[in-house]
Design a protein around this ligand. Structure first.
Ligand SMILES: Nc1ncnc2c1ncn2[C@@H]1O[C@H](COP(=O)(O)OP(=O)(O)OP(=O)(O)O)[C@@H](O)[C@H]1O
Ligand SMILES: Cc1cn([C@H]2C[C@H](O)[C@@H](COP(=O)(O)O)O2)c(=O)[nH]c1=O
Length: 218
């Protein structure tokens, strides 16, 4: 039995991640694949509820503390993600530790660098492919529901976009990213996503590649 694949979607707020995750889950299921759909933050857990209160403005958190809560929210399900992948289930994740690093590093806090932010993520399961849905902050702001949460403002989103670019060029991680224009119409984005994911399936299965862990930066 082939192992499951770990597929991650990343991008700015309103880039279309949830839309494309749902579409990919349906298309993989239609091809007969078992799929788990996960999102971060997972707001259903006690830690996730603290994150939700912060994002919606109901509570305050010190910058390092909220960063570590986002990371803990991933670690609390990391072993179940690994178990599913070993059991042949594909895991599609809406945001992962890349968001964790760039949103924290985008703050006006000099002690929160990208390198500092990445450390608690070392050891998490490393994705087989990361789909980055690229969109300008201006185009994202035109989309439905924008502006309701903590980081949905032009200054933050511009810095996040720049830091995502740095993250996509960092260490071994640059091999994992596929950048797709998220500003195109939904069906065109979905076709590009499906092609990138099927390529990753072929690469992992043909090479019998094991699931890797996120390594420290060299
Ligand atoms: N390719 C697209 N073209 C136009 N509108 C889109 C496209 N993809 C998604 N949308 C719309 O944009 C809005 C945001 O989409 P979606 O919730 O998928 O984004 P997201 O990246 O998951 O957002 P967030 O990170 O803020 O939760 C929704 O109203 C959705 O219907
Ligand atoms: C995983 C993660 C997310 N964030 C930020 C990014 C977004 O602004 C919100 C989550 O919004 P969504 O609509 O639920 O995608 O949180 C972060 O700062 N750190 C993280 O680790």
């Amino acid at each position: 039995m082939a192992r499951g694949k770990l597929i991650v979607f990343e991008g700015l707020d309103r880039a279309g991640k949830s839309t494309q995750c749902a579409s990919l889950v349906s298309s993989l299921q239609a091809r007969g694949h078992a799929v788990r759909h996960q999102r971060f933050p997972d707001r259903t857990t006690p830690i996730g509820q603290m994150i939700n209160a912060y994002l919606t403005g109901a509570s305050e958190q010190e910058d390092h503390v909220i960063h570590l809560l986002f990371s803990a929210n991933r670690w609390e399900v990391a072993s179940s993600i690994k178990a599913d992948i070993e059991a042949g289930v594909n895991v599609v994740i809406d945001r992962y530790y890349y968001s964790g690093c760039v949103y924290s590093a985008a703050k006006d806090n000099p002690s929160l660098s990208l390198a500092w932010a990445r450390q608690p993520e070392e050891g998490l399961p490393r994705p087989d492919v990361v789909i980055f849905l690229d969109i300008s902050p201006e185009a994202a702001a035109q989309r439905g529901g924008y502006g309701a949460e903590k980081y949905e403002n032009a200054r933050m989103q511009q810095r996040v976009r720049e830091l995502f670019k740095s993250m996509r060029e960092l260490g071994e991680e640059k091999e994992d990213f596929v950048t797709i224009d998220g500003g195109e119409e939904q069906e065109k984005v979905a076709a590009a996503v499906e092609a990138a994911v099927l390529e990753a399936f072929g690469r992992v299965d043909q090479g019998s590649l094991p699931l890797r862990a996120v390594k420290p930066l060299q």
